[in-house]
Write a protein that binds this ligand. Structure first.
Ligand SMILES: [Zn+2]
Length: 307
């Protein structure tokens, strides 16, 4: 049987869960990424007991980080996005790696706001105005950090603004989270489309026209479209070609050993004090909401290992 006729079962399996697709169009002048991530965002919602508007804000930034992580140069690179805003959410922090794993939290997960003028979750109002910081961490190198002001606090515009201001790359980002009345996540997805060096004004105009008036990502997901169909519908007229399909998930690498290292950071005096009072240390992981407990005996071992 010729190889072209072999169904790629592994890829088909990936497509049934949260996943990302990466593609290209206009002879390589357009780079495109799209993601569907309902379970990933629902995990964040459950881990942090986020309100609906907090789920939407966190989910949008997590999906932005996942899509941006496909542009990383090294497999070992870590990408962290931090939003600091003057709105009631306070701030959002997410980290994604090159394996499609993402984690994140908001400073104030219980924020409730009435819907905005369009009847949608008021993410912009919850975030407020402030800044977006992008940190690229490479092992053995100084982290590369750059910061831009927020455009609207709606996350998609802010990520696009970052690429335009920081990297001079014309970029369009759409990210959306649709929440059920019981606050669980119904749909979550996004796309990121960029122009690569060599484009001309005509291509910009055509792309702008193609992206004007498209329905929201969550509308497309509700109609049963996946990331591949979304990019095909946006870029079909530009000779869209899919390059890669890969799984995404919420994943935090915290564990008991890392909790011990975090406990050491509390300082020797604090640890001796807890041991004296026979207290169990609780190390809370902000990224996934897990609590790690260290017994007084373990704390004692930590101090003796240190000497
Ligand atoms: Zn964790």
């Amino acid at each position: 049987m010729p190889e072209d006729n072999v169904i790629d079962f592994a890829t088909e399996k990936i497509r049934r869960g949260d996943h990302m697709v990466r593609g290209t169009a206009a002879d390589g002048l357009i780079r495109a990424i799209a993601v569907t991530a309902r379970d990933t965002v629902e995990t964040a919602h459950q881990n942090h007991s986020t309100s609906s508007v907090a789920t939407a804000a966190l989910g949008r930034l997590m999906m932005g980080a996942l899509m941006m992580s496909t542009t990383m140069k090294s497999e070992d690179e870590l990408l962290t996005l931090q939003i600091a805003g003057d709105g009631p959410l306070g701030g959002i922090t997410v980290t994604a790696n090159s394996k499609g794993q993402v984690k994140g939290f908001v400073n104030h997960p219980n924020v409730w706001l009435p819907p905005n003028g369009r009847g949608k979750l008021d993410v912009g109002g919850a975030v407020g105005s402030g800044s977006l910081t992008v940190i690229r961490d490479m092992p053995g190198a100084e982290p590369y950090t750059s910061q831009v002001g927020l455009v609207s606090g709606e996350i998609g515009d802010d990520l696009a603004g970052y690429f335009v201001l920081s990297d001079q790359i014309p970029t369009s980002v759409g990210v959306g989270v649709l929440v059920n009345s019981d606050t669980t996540v119904r749909q979550a997805g996004g796309f990121l489309i960029q122009l690569m060096p060599g484009y001309d004004d005509e291509l910009i105009d055509r792309l702008e026209a193609a992206l004007t008036g498209v329905s929201s990502v969550t509308d497309m997901l509700e109609r049963g479209m996946g990331p591949s169909e979304i990019l095909e519908s946006l870029l079909g007229d530009f000779g869209y070609q899919e390059l890669e399909v890969s799984p995404v998930e919420f994943h935090c690498g915290c564990n008991h050993e890392r909790a011990k290292r975090a406990a050491l950071a509390l300082g020797e005096d604090e640890l001796r004090d807890m041991i004296a009072k026979d207290e169990t240390a609780e190390i809370y992981c902000h990224f996934c909401g897990k609590r790690h407990y260290l017994t007084p005996d373990e704390l004692r071992d930590l101090l003796s290992d240190k000497d």
